[in-house]
Design a protein around this ligand. Sequence first.
Ligand code: ATP
Ligand code: MG
Length: 415
Amino acid sequence: MIQRPRGTRDFLPEEMERRRHYESLLRGVCRSHCFREVATPIFENTELFTAKSGPNIVDEIYSFQDKGGRDISLRPELTAAVMRMFVNEMSNLPRPLKLFYFGQCFRYERPQSGRYREFFQFGAEIIGAANAETDAEAIALAAAMVRALGLREYHLRVGHIGILRDKLRSMGVADHDMAEILQKLDKKSYDEAEPLLLARGVSDKDKEELFAMTRMVGGKELLPAIEGEAGDYLRELFAFLDAYGIRDVQLDIGTVRGLDYYTGVVFEIEAPCLGAEKQVCGGGSYTLSEMLGGDAVFSTGFAIGFDRILLALEREEQAFVNRSPDAFVLATGEDVRVESFRVASLLREAGLAVDVDLMRRKMSKAMKAAASTGARYAVIVGAKELATDSVTVRDMQSGEQKLVSIEELGSHLMD
Ligand code: ATP
Ligand code: MG
């Protein structure tokens, strides 16, 4: 038997229906916020990701040479791909562009609960606007998506990369050294950040002050104390978030996100029920288009870990009920078997979900099969009833049976 590769999953019908249901809820929220869907290739030229994704992600990329000797990678995320698409195809369109996407990503990671080598991201980007209301629009969409899924407990945290950058600058750390340090701080890996800071001549006192800042988390009461442009920006952002009805936001100075290209506001959503792998959404404002050969364009975007947020719903025991057939059509004998398919076809055309017996079962076995599908009704086609253009309809819950004319069958089954 051939097994599927480590870190990948098969989705059986029940699970797939559940995934499609939640997917369509998310699409609906995107539509209500007037974001439009795009899709990009599953694989791209490797250089798209090496320069633009964070060092962690680069180590995790699935890369290979194709038969023409080109360096190709499976996409580890979609932001770089969407921005490449923007630079290639959309840079002349009126701005801002509000785009969303849903698709699989690949990362060579150690598989565990909520962490796979093939996983799905549902994300959005606003391209070509740079102000607090744009960031608020992106955050509002992310929050609305999480709410639409019905997740009960989640934490939304917002930070501004400028606060720690200003602090690092004031401590004498050069801009090009910051990404690596910020990435350690983002993961709260203080023992790994420490040698990097000491190597750049940062004093013990400054280091402790910096670490203390990364632990600053609170509500909007923290806002007045934040100095500089980042403080002004965050105060504006919180006013827009408030207007959008988003008040359960935490200000988290330590949320910086590891990527080089983030420029200002960064945000994350966590589902505490997930334990260690609890981050279900990450995003922020960034510039990426210049690195891809386009003009300088500011964007704000985020990606929701679709698999992880579904896992969170499961942990919260949020029930999803698979749909059953409206009706199961069966024949009383061989003489009316063909005719029973005509009845099934009629009902399908009327818009009902109708299953049929493909196993040539005897009546009693066919009835058991109908019950096992969870069908609401069994439609029993027999010679005697057909003579009066009728069939027998059995309510599978109550067991009640009725003679119904074929003409009225569709409307009978629908109410
Ligand atoms: P983590 O710190 O958990 O590795 P990340 O910072 O690498 O996350 P992003 O690159 O921001 O994650 O991706 C956005 C979201 O995609 C994450 O918040 C997470 O929910 C989800 N995600 C990331 N990697 C995986 C994975 N290997 N399997 C499943 N979901 C993932
Ligand atoms: Mg990761």
